[in-house]
Design a protein around this ligand. Structure first.
Ligand code: IVH
Length: 669
């Protein structure tokens, strides 16, 4: 075969592989390989194409930014294409980028701006006459998806801007999911047996591309605006830095870590400093975006295909590494869930030794086809729990073993069950020592009864020494029982006793949450406490009564009923009550509520709330919601395409509220 023929073959092979992974990543939000592997495939293709430029075709993955948008959303044509950044992977590459720019500008020194390159997804927001009119994904750079209603649910995106804003303009930014929110979301999904998101980027992309924006609204999404796309009708600043300051004044969320940098030394320092501190950031950043500050200079430098010459991404080293999966262990959670975890050949990932990684559930292990003995890709980023991205199938020797859940609990030998359609396996023995320990830890945790001083170790000791058998026993502990415990001493013992005593005053919502009932998170506990006012009434509620409450489905209702039916749980609640732990949620008299005596009428469509939901919220805050405007109407809420009520309100001189103003009154802004 000639060299050219071989190159042709190799290029075709790489393009097919990359196209497949592009589809997985951009269209399905479900990658099968790590970013590092993808980068190296792309790098390989680019090398071939540099060597054989005659083989470059417009449909090569190197020639476009992303994949086509899915059909379900409307298409938005970007008036100005959304570019992507070229990458540099070392200080030398950074230096050669800088020198090239410097040569083109004919200046040894020029201002730049350094920003975190956040790992989320790029969006363009268009504002016309002060209102957010369109929010779109990048798509392939020229055409994106219309996800306006989803983006409107992100609190940090302003729905309207002040009068001094240009009459028509577009800003661009990165929507992302903070690490804490991502971990929480995956924990909840694991419990509910839903597929997990591989990383915060996929979680953000998946959330923003929901066809039902109510789902998006529940996801912990955030945004940083990183540039002005275009602006019409008003002069705007002439440098990137001043533009960011200007956008901040217009109410946009701008990353406070951005810096104006005046020379190469400062650029390098900015990159190195954040490479070291990236783990401590509340979001995942995969590099630094460096941009020439002067917009006139940006103009002069221009773009090469989809990438600007005036900006570059300095990529941080991968947070992934290869290692061997030695075995799979199992932790038993407080509700009896069996949580498998990976026992790894220790490996350094981004400067930290990793020995364990989360594996979530059996279905997830199967889906990723992870086998004991496999070489696996481990991924770690800051507070994100280390995870296994997937196996390296090509390294298999045939000696790998598939994992199956045991039929008996590894801690107590109890029977293992799995409900039809659920992903999690459970130890069915409520007296399992591991479950008891985890329940106790949950009870005293910060969002629970918040009893400081009782950590993992002390919980275990208290149970081992037989000082407590369940959470209620904590309230019967005496200082004299605690002080003799290893290195405890008198002072710590009295601190703990007073922390326990203080917790008697915690709210009913906290107590409900602290009981550790399956599927009952903080939000549900809050709803239940407001509905039932005390634990006794809740404990006797039927499934029908429970499901009639907004926000309580059959799964939660059955879980509650099952929990309160158990003698063991009833006994614990009685003991708590006897010890004086019996908080009551006092109903606030209606006349003290913030909207008391105010009558609201809504006309037109609201973007953030359904009509029913809006009315329920008005009532919950003590107001009334009516269908027609009368002299008694306090406010007319005006949505899009308002009806005849607007004219009537005008003649009667009734005050009108925009959706934004209405949300403020509902305490939702
Ligand atoms: S600037 C012309 N700044 O990285 C410059 N991008 O390939 C266009 N990103 O699509 C992008 N943080 O999704 C820029 N501070 C930042 C960024 C950032 C994250 C993403 C964005 C973009 C991709 C670049």
């Amino acid at each position: 075969m000639t060299d050219l023929a071989q190159a042709k073959q190799e290029i075709a092979r790489l393009r097919a592989i990359i196209n497949h992974h592009n589809y997985r990543y951009y269209v399905l939000d479900s990658p099968e390989i790590s970013d590092a592997e993808y980068d190296s495939l792309m790098q390989e293709l680019k090398q071939w194409e540099t060597e054989y430029p005659q083989l470059v075709t417009p449909d090569s993955p190197t020639q476009r930014v992303g994949a086509a948008p899915v059909a379900a959303f409307g298409v938005v044509v970007h008036p100005l294409p959304l570019l992507s950044l070229g990458n540099v992977f070392s200080e030398e590459e950074l230096l050669s980028w800088y020198n090239r720019i410097s040569r083109l500008l004919g200046q040894p020194q020029f201002d730049l701006v350094g920003e975190h390159k956040i790992d989320g997804l790029a969006v363009a927001l268009t504002y016309v006459d002060r209102q957010l009119t369109t929010g779109a994904t990048r798509g392939d750079g020229s055409r994106g998806e219309n996800i306006t209603s989803n983006l409107r649910t992100i609190r940090s995106i302003p729905l309207s801007v002040p009068p001094e804003a240009p009459p028509r303009f577009e800003v661009r930014g990165e929507v992302f999911m903070p690490k804490a929110g991502f971990n929480q979301l995956n924990r909840e999904r694991a419990e509910e047996g839903l597929p997990l998101f591989a990383n915060p980027r996929n979680a953000a992309a998946g959330s923003v591309r929901q066809l039902d924006s109510r789902i998006t609204a529940k996801r912990p999404l955030d945004i940083y605006i990183y540039m002005l796309g275009y602006a019409e009708g008003r002069p705007t600043p002439t440098t990137h830095w001043e533009t960011l300051v200007y956008l901040k004044q217009l109410g946009f969320k701008i990353n406070p870590n951005n810096r104006l940098l005046t020379n190469l030394e400062q650029v390098k320092q900015f990159c190195n400093q954040w490479q070291e501190k990236r783990d401590g950031l509340p979001y995942e950043a995969d590099g630094i975006a460096i941009k020439v500050d002067s917009l006139a200079q940006q103009q002069r430098l221009g773009n090469i295909r989809h990438e600007p010459r005036w900006a570059i991404a300095y990529k941080f080293p991968a947070i992934q590494a290869f290692t061997k999966l030695k075995d799979i262990g199992i932790n038993v959670g407080r509700t009896g869930t069996l949580n498998p975890y990976a026992i790894l050949e220790p490996v350094v990932v981004g400067g930290v030794v990793i020995k364990h990684a989360a594996l979530h559930n059996e279905a997830d292990i199967r889906r990723k086809d992870i086998r004991i003995g496999d070489t696996v890709i481990v991924q770690r980023a800051g507070e994100v729990i280390p995870e296994i991205v997937g196996p390296v199938v090509s390294k298999r020797t045939g000696k790998e073993r598939e994992f199956t859940m045991p039929s008996r609990c590894p801690v107590c030998g109890g029977k293992i069950t799995r409900a039809e359609g659920e992903a999690m396996h459970y130890c069915s023995n409520a007296a399992c020592p591991a479950q008891i320990r985890e329940r106790l830890r949950h009870f005293v945790s910060r969002p629970g009864m918040d009893i400081r001083g009782i950590g993992e170790k002390l919980s275990a000791t208290l149970l081992k020494e037989g000082l407590v058998k369940d959470a209620a026993d904590l309230y019967y502990l005496k200082k004299e029982q605690l002080s003799p415990i290893d290195r405890m001493g008198d002072k710590s013992a009295s601190n703990i006793i007073s922390a326990i005593n203080n917790s008697r005053k915690q709210s009913l919502a906290r107590l409900i949450f602290a009981l550790g009932i399956r599927h009952i998170g903080e939000e549900t506990a809050d709803i239940l406490s407001r509905e039932f006012h005390c634990l006794d009434i809740l404990a006797n509620a039927s499934v029908e009564e429970l499901t009639s409450i907004r926000g309580i489905g059959t799964e939660i209702a059955s879980s509650l009923v099952a929990f309160f039916k158990l003698d063991e749980n009833r006994r614990i609640i009685r003991k708590l009550k006897d010890a004086g732990v019996n908080p009551k949620e006092e109903a606030v008299p209606v006349k003290e509520l913030p909207l008391a005596g105010q009558e609201f009428v809504i006309t037109g469509r609201l973007e953030t709330l359904g009509r029913h939901e809006a009315e329920a919220r008005i009532k919950a805050l003590g107001g009334t919601a009516k269908g027609d405007v009368t002299r008694k109407t306090a406010y007319l809420v005006v949505g899009t395409e308002p009806g005849s009520k607007l004219a009537k309100a005008k003649t009667l001189g009734i005050k009108q509220l925009t959706e934004e103003e209405f949300l403020t009154r509902l305490r939702m802004r």
